[in-house]
Design a protein around this ligand. Structure first.
Ligand SMILES: Nc1nc2c(ncn2[C@@H]2O[C@H](COP(=O)(O)OP(=O)(O)O)[C@@H](O)[C@H]2O)c(=O)[nH]1
Ligand SMILES: [Mg+2]
Length: 379
């Protein structure tokens, strides 16, 4: 319904453009009015197309064929719509004796419905999951001109976030990548949300802060961040400087050939700084437990990026805290792991309590169930 209304709003804007140009060329430049009308119609088709591609069908404008191809289709549909409009006007007036202005309204409605549904099913046709997979293999996706939304879940990370946000922008902007940061804070007692808001205002950075009622958990925070993110690429990182910002550009670039990139401690070149043996053993055990679920080596990583369309299908579980694993398993995305040296947190203390291991086991149980169901469905 929302899409339908957006399409209607764009249509109205097209009428304004059309009328304005018709008036301008006829009255100001003295052009013959039918030529002016042609310029008005074609320009409004183009402006309508751009608005629909960037707004109404934004979620479907990454498909094969490219923008030019979609533009041609839209043009053809619009011209056919115009013919429908005029034919209905003519038929209603001549054969049914309806007042010509009323007939035109009927014609406009018919053309509008035609335009909407044909564009929905053809110009911006939804991709089947298999097509998405095929497209990923050939890799027409380019990281150039893409915007990256980095979601940072926070709880008592005031000092960390104040340092981290400028570092993210510096690194990405230096690599020519546009970015926005979304801080999802659970009403931290240390007012992390306020620190982020102040920083954004002072340094004029594209940072948005989602302040939730209370400590509602890591995964649900990330999912809320995804909901408000506007970028073509959605990324997640911890606020505590454990995740190195230097690899951000490489993670974006990696999406040209893969659907998901993960900052990994367990591939060649990756490591963990200053972890006691006990913690390393727990971490390795946790990873082993998830091994049959995915090819991902660092299943407990919290540092990742995905193309927006990867998140269109799967319904993500807001419980738990291993959102990267959740996305990897539910989406079945092709993943590239990028080595990182995982550092100890800079300020503050870990937010994950003693029930972490239990939560993890419950989460794994859900994911195994999901995997088995998917297998049964396929066979
Ligand atoms: N919004 C929100 N963020 C959280 C929550 N729990 C942890 N975080 C954030 O998630 C990130 C990872 O948590 P952290 O305590 O560093 O986990 P650890 O690295 O496994 O010890 C940090 O940026 C935390 O501030 C939560 O319940 N809500
Ligand atoms: Mg941490």
């Amino acid at each position: 319904m929302k899409r339908f209304l957006k399409f209607a709003a764009v249509g109205v804007s097209g009428i304004v453009v059309n009328q304005a140009l018709l008036w301008f060329f006829t009255e100001i430049t003295g052009l013959y009015y039918l030529f002016s009308a042609a310029i008005g119609i074609e320009t409004s088709i183009i402006t309508n197309f751009i608005l629909n591609d960037k707004w109404t069908f934004r979620d479907r404008s990454h498909g094969k064929g490219g923008m030019f191809h979609r533009g041609l289709k839209f043009n053809a549909v619009s011209v056919a719509g115009l013919v429908i409009n005029i034919s209905v006007l003519f038929a209603c007036t001549e054969y049914f004796g309806i007042y010509y202005l009323t007939s035109n309204l009927i014609g406009i409605c018919a053309a509008f419905l035609w335009n909407y549904f044909v564009n929905l099913g053809w110009t911006w046709k939804a991709e089947k999951p298999g097509e998405r997979k095929a497209r990923t293999g050939s890799g027409p996706w380019k990281s150039k001109n893409k915007t990256v939304s980095i979601v940072i879940p926070t709880y008592n990370e005031k000092e960390n976030i104040q340092k981290l946000i400028p570092m993210i922008f510096q690194t990405l902007n230096k690599a020519g990548i546009r970015a926005e940061v979304i801080v999802v804070d659970d009403n931290s007692p240390d007012k992390t949300w306020k620190a982020a808001e102040d920083l954004a205002r002072e340094k004029k950075l594209p940072v948005r802060v989602v302040r939730r009622k209370g400590k509602l958990g890591l995964s649900s925070a990330v999912i809320e961040g995804f909901k408000v993110a506007k970028g073509d690429v959605l990324g997640v990182m911890d606020a505590d400087h454990s995740h190195p910002v230097e690899v951000l550009p490489e993670m974006v670039k990696g999406l040209e050939r893969f659907e998901m990139t993960v900052g990994s401690r367990y591939v060649k070149g990756g490591d963990i700084e200053k972890w006691p043996v006990k913690r390393k053993i727990i971490s390795k055990t946790a990873i082993m437990m998830a091994r049959p679920l995915t090819k991902l080596k660092d299943t407990t990583s919290g540092y990742f990026m995905v193309r927006r369309d990867v998140l269109e299908g799967p319904k993500l579980n807001p419980r738990g805290f291993k959102i990267c694993l959740e996305v990897a398993v539910k989406s079945g995305a092709r993943i590239k792991e990028i080595p990182i040296i995982f550092k100890d947190r800079l300020h503050g203390e870990s937010k994950l309590g003693s029930n972490v291991m239990w939560d993890y086991i419950v989460h794994l149980k859900d994911l195994y169930k999901h995997k088995v169901r998917k297998k049964i469905k396929r066979s």
